[in-house]
Design a protein around this ligand. Structure first.
Ligand code: PEP
Ligand code: MN
Length: 308
């Protein structure tokens, strides 16, 4: 429920509403505009309704948040867009972010070389996986802690913030030492305990859309992170599974304008995982920009033919 305070409502009146919302076990999220203060009451709708806040001192009116995702909904921020700041780099709003780097941290030379190239090419962040979700349990699973150490070295040399994936809540402690953004991979988009743990880790989150997830499901996943008090979630369209087999996944670029209507969170696009082929990355990157994406995340390798 959105509780819209009257113009000129006093601090005491605002605090009294917050206290009453919290007294029934709901959380209150304050949003102060130039003239009006709006309090988002998140939790059991009936309990908030039972408070009878209409007519309380300083309250103008109540508006229900209609979507099942509350904190992620565009309505919650009254049309304002979230801009996430990562070590001075902005994601969202009018900024276009270029996140680039290897799929997998394979070794020292490879990681540092790619980091230098993407830094020189204008990337705003370096991506790279130390823990890899592999379809086959026999495939290389990533260097783990050693991979994180190499990412740290790349960050020290280039100054680029690090985006890296967490698949297991037990690794969060090690990852937060190095990472500036935690990636949740497509396969874990609906791993709800993991999303909650990552929500509490204190870093911005890059949440990838599941292979067969609807936009509503993606936004509900984002809600798990937001609910932990972490407002910094960027959504990532990386291709979904359809009947088409000519490329790896179908890059659903209509998700960009559609999500921008549904949510205030920034939406970026990953053309690499959808295309699965180098020469298709450029046209789909341009298409993502044209569709209004807040940026792209692209895989880069110094010796692509040898890439794991
Ligand atoms: C990746 O970013 O390397 C990755 C595995 O992506 P996704 O989860 O989108 O498949
Ligand atoms: Mn990859």
């Amino acid at each position: 429920m959105m509780i819209v305070m009257k113009e000129g409502a006093t601090e005491e009146q605002i605090q009294a509403v917050v206290d009453r919302v919290e007294s029934v076990g709901c959380s209150a999220h304050l949003s102060r505009g130039e003239l009006l203060t709006v309090i988002g009451a998140i939790g059991d709708r009936d309990r908030v309704a039972g408070l009878g806040l209409e007519g309380a001192p300083g309250v103008d009116h109540l508006v229900p948040i209609l979507k099942p995702y509350k904190l992620a909904s565009a309505q919650f921020r009254k049309g304002e867009r979230t801009v996430i700041e990562v070590d001075g780099r902005r994601v969202g709003g009018d900024h276009f972010s270029l996140i680039a780097g290897p799929c997998t941290v394979e070794g020292r030379e490879q990681t540092l070389e790619v980091a230098r190239v993407v830094s020189g090419g204008g990337a705003s962040m370096l991506r790279g996986g130390a823990y890899k979700p592999r379809t086959s349990p026999y495939a290389f699973q990533g260097l783990g802690v050693e991979g994180l150490r190499l990412l740290q070295e790349a960050k020290d040399e280039t100054g680029l913030p690090i985006v890296t994936e967490v698949m297991d809540a037990r690794d969060i402690e090690d990852v937060v030492e190095v990472a500036d953004v935690i990636q949740v991979g497509a396969r874990n988009m609906q791993n709800y305990p993991l999303l909650s743990e990552i929500g509490r880790a204190g870093l911005p989150v890059l949440l990838k859309r599941g292979l067969s997830a609807t936009l509503d499901e993606l936004l509900m996943a984002a809600e798990y992170v937001l609910k932990e008090g972490n407002p910094d979630v960027m959504l990532c369209e990386r291709g979904i599974r359809t009947f088409e087999t000519s490329y790896r996944f179908t890059l659903d670029l209509l998700a960009v304008p559609a999500l921008k209507e549904l949510t205030h969170l920034p939406v970026i696009v990953d053309p690499s995982h959808a295309a699965g082929r180098r020469d298709w990355v450029l046209p789909m990157s341009l298409a993502a920009a044209a569709a209004g994406a807040a940026g792209i995340i692209v895989e880069v390798h110094n010796e692509p033919d040898e890439a794991i």
